[in-house]
Design a protein around this ligand. Structure first.
Ligand SMILES: [Zn+2]
Length: 321
């Protein structure tokens, strides 16, 4: 649609019903709350001066056209004031916390690894029993580890069995370019959830490796945050561990950790970060019990941000669920 039509639309929506301008601003009536979908369309055409604040409850009406700010942009678009940023953040926080997406994934029943291997004929009942005994006696260690220690199965077998157990591919990585991938998520997630970003294929698919169990919640969150398809898979232990260590030593985007006592407190802290950084884009997603806010400080060309052009805020919330 030509930009002129949009301006026309803005005039119709933002000015008082009588098409003449009032003599003083005191006479201005507030425009109707902005329609979110249209606001988003305007934002794409012209952020800043002629943009419409995306807060549907925005009270500043057409006056915000005179406000000299073109940032911050949070999710669907530009907000005209700290109050409007907070309103958008409150709705984003409640959207994320009320969403049960991914929650069932972690509880889905999986066939135990030993049974998968037994069914495939890769180990005998006796080998399985010995590994289970050793695991019980030691009180630790994964079954796959004990099968390998007792020479009952090779690493390749165990990895293939994990792939079957999780219905996912086995990911090998030869020319591993981890330094290019650390901008994909905060170091905290790589560490806490045992994830290993492996490769970006065709600028569209991010391969995410795990050692023994997939984290579908994290994969979904990263996909939503970056606008990429995320393919998860199992990485053989002997490749995973050194690569994971190297990645943890690499440089990651700067991160701010926030602890909030309630959802409104979380929204206030996150909105403050948005106001402080004035990002050209930002987005909120939930990762398990945390909220992850990413702030893009400059426009980005590629599918992954440049290291210094993003900042992350990870917020944990006490006493929720
Ligand atoms: Zn506003």
């Amino acid at each position: 649609m030509p930009i002129l039509n949009h301006r026309e639309e803005i005039r119709r929506r933002s000015l008082p019903a009588e098409s003449t301008l009032p003599e003083s601003s005191a006479q201005v009536r507030f425009a109707e709350p902005a329609d979110e979908e249209k606001a988003e369309a305007f934002q794409r055409i012209r952020p800043g001066l002629f943009a419409t604040c995306v807060n549907p409850g925005c009270r500043s009406g057409w006056l915000h056209l005179w406000r000299s700010r073109s940032t911050p942009v949070f999710e669907q678009g530009w907000t005209c004031s700290p109050e409007c940023t907070l309103a958008r953040m409150l709705s984003a926080v409640s959207r994320e916390m009320n969403s049960r997406r991914g929650a069932h994934e972690t509880h889905r029943h999986r066939v135990p690894l030993g049974l998968v291997m037994l069914e495939q004929g890769w180990i005998t009942r006796e080998q399985l029993r010995r590994a289970l005994d050793a695991q019980r006696a030691a009180g630790s260690g994964r079954l796959g580890h004990w099968l390998m220690t007792q020479k009952s199965a090779s690493e390749e077998m165990v990895t293939r069995a994990l792939g079957l157990q999780w219905s996912c591919p086995v990911l090998q990585h030869e020319n591993y370019e981890y330094s290019a991938l650390t901008a994909s998520m905060p170091r905290l997630f790589v560490d806490a959830y045992g994830a290993l970003p492996l490769r970006l294929a065709a600028g569209k698919v991010l391969y995410l490796g795990f050692e023994e169990s997939l984290d579908a919640v994290l994969a979904l969150a990263v996909g939503r945050m970056l606008g990429l398809r995320v393919e998860s898979g199992i990485v053989p232990e002997s490749l995973f561990r050194p690569a994971h260590r190297r990645m943890l030593d690499a440089r990651f985007p700067s991160v701010e950790l926030v602890e909030a006592i309630s959802l409104p407190a979380a929204a206030r802290a996150l909105a403050k970060s948005v106001e402080r950084a004035r990002p050209v884009a930002s987005r909120l997603v939930r990762v398990h019990d945390c909220l992850w806010l990413r702030l893009w400080l400059r426009p980005n060309g590629g599918p992954l941000p440049e290291m210094d052009s993003v900042e992350d805020v990870v917020c944990s919330i006490g006493n929720v669920e």
